[in-house]
Structure formats: C-alpha cells, structure tokens
Write a new protein. Structure first.
Length: 256
C-alpha cells in the first residue's frame, strides 16, 4: 500500500527529534507520503526546513486559531512568502476554535480571513480546523468560495447533517484515528456517507493515537493503517482498494 498521511505535525519535538526512524516505520507500514502542517510562525519555518530532505514529504503553512491573539502582521506575511516553496501544497491549518477560546473569537475570525485570502491569492487548497464553530466557519468560507481552490475539514467529528452540508458545498473531509474509538459511533456513521473521492485520512500526530494504541503517548504516521482498516471495514471493501482510492483523492486534492 501507499497511503498518505494528509495531516501530520512532523516538526513537533516528539517526532522531529527522531524523524528518520519515524518515516522508516511509516514506509514499512505502507504509509509512503506525508503532509506536514504548520501551526505558527516557528513551526512554519520548521516545515520549510525539512521538505527537501525527504521524498514524498510535502507541507502546509498555517496559524492555528489558538494563537490568533498573538499573531502579528509579520507572521501572516511570512505565510504568504514561504508559500512560494515548491513543496508547499496548502494553507493551514486555519479556522476557528470556539471550544477552548484560547484566543478571542474576533481575533480568530480576522486571522482565518487573512489566511483564506492568502490561499485564494496563491491558488492553494485550505486545511480547516473547526471546533464548536461549524456555522461560523462555513459562513466565512462561503465569502471566499469563488476563489478557493479546495477545502478540507480535518479531524472530522461533525454530525451527519454537518457532514452533508460539507459535501454539498463540494468540500473534502479527513478522518483521524478517532474513528477507531469506542465512543465514536457518530464519526463512523459520518464516514459511511463520505464518498472516497471526497475523503482523506490522517493521524494528526503526535496526537490521538488510534486503537489499539490509544494509550500510547506519541502517535505517528505508521499508525494510520488502523484508521484505514476501520474505514475499509465500514465501507465493506478490501483494505488495499480503500488505500488506493483514498490516496488517489489525496494526491488530487494537494496536486502532488
């Protein structure tokens, strides 16, 4: 198999300190491509620093809504400038987090709109973080819909109704190892209605290790296989066929 981890944080200390071994284990598990995601100015620089070191490693540049209140104009300009790198394939993650509200909501909205404008200008797809802010997130996306190349809601955990709204708007949905958790029945039901041409899978590592490794402190791309296996079961199709189709979708979405 040649699965692609569509959302990993390989520049976080837990993984970058041993990245060669992390990616070797990934390849051995059948996960042969990775999109590593920026979350602030420092992480964006780290993303750029590793892209040319590994084949089939691509990057996205973003600023997480948690950091919106501390984000400067220079940080936003940095995203725009670094996005010129040939292996940057998306803007994100970006969006709204009204669950934790670590940053004021107005600041989150302003940052989100600035990054969507960069995505529009650069003709790059967008990776969306949305937590307890679905209606507001979709409303802002609607303002940019004619200029955005493509949109994916990462780490999906929405309702069936929200899932259908995302699909009706032509957006993509990405599932994490949460889909293997015992209490994730709603997420599993959502996965059943997402067509493979709109679906991606991710680890969001180093967070949220899937079952049977949920107690493991550090998630990594090699564990994506458990998410793939679970969704293949839900779709009632062979794992290899599922892997082929979802990897095709990921390549198309990111133009890789």
């Amino acid at each position: 198999m040649n699965l692609i981890d569509s959302h990993a944080h390989l520049t976080f200390d837990q993984l970058q300190k041993d990245l060669d071994a992390v990616l070797q284990r990934s390849l051995a598990a059948g996960v042969a491509g990775w999109i590593t995601i920026g979350t602030d100015a420092g992480q964006n620089e780290k993303v750029i620093s590793i892209l040319d070191k590994y084949e089939n490693l691509f990057g996205a540049l973003g600023i997480h809504p948690h950091y919106a209140s501390d984000t400067s104009t220079a940080d936003i300009e940095q995203v725009k400038n670094l996005a010129k790198h040939k292996k940057i394939v998306a803007i994100g993650e970006t969006g709204l987090d009204f669950h934790y509200n670590f940053s004021k909501q107005d600041a989150q909205i302003n940052l989100f709109e600035n990054l969507l404008q960069i995505a529009s200008d650069c003709r790059l797809p967008v990776i969306i973080h949305s937590r307890e802010a679905f209606d507001k997130t979709v409303g802002i996306l609607d303002k940019f819909k004619n200029n955005l190349k493509n949109v994916v809601f990462h780490c999906w955990g929405g309702t069936i109704e929200q899932t259908q709204i995302v699909l009706d708007k032509g957006f993509h949905i990405s599932f994490t190892g949460v889909i293997t958790f015992k209490n994730a029945d709603l997420t599993r039901e959502a996965a059943k209605i997402v067509p493979l041409e709109r679906m991606m899978i991710e680890t969001d590592c180093p967070y949220m290790s899937p079952e049977p490794h949920r107690k493991q402190k550090i998630n990594e791309p090699a564990l994506l296989i458990h998410t793939a296996r679970k969704i293949a079961q839900l779709k009632q199709m062979p794992l290899e066929k599922f892997a082929q189709e979802v990897a095709k979708t990921t390549k198309t979405f990111f133009s890789i």
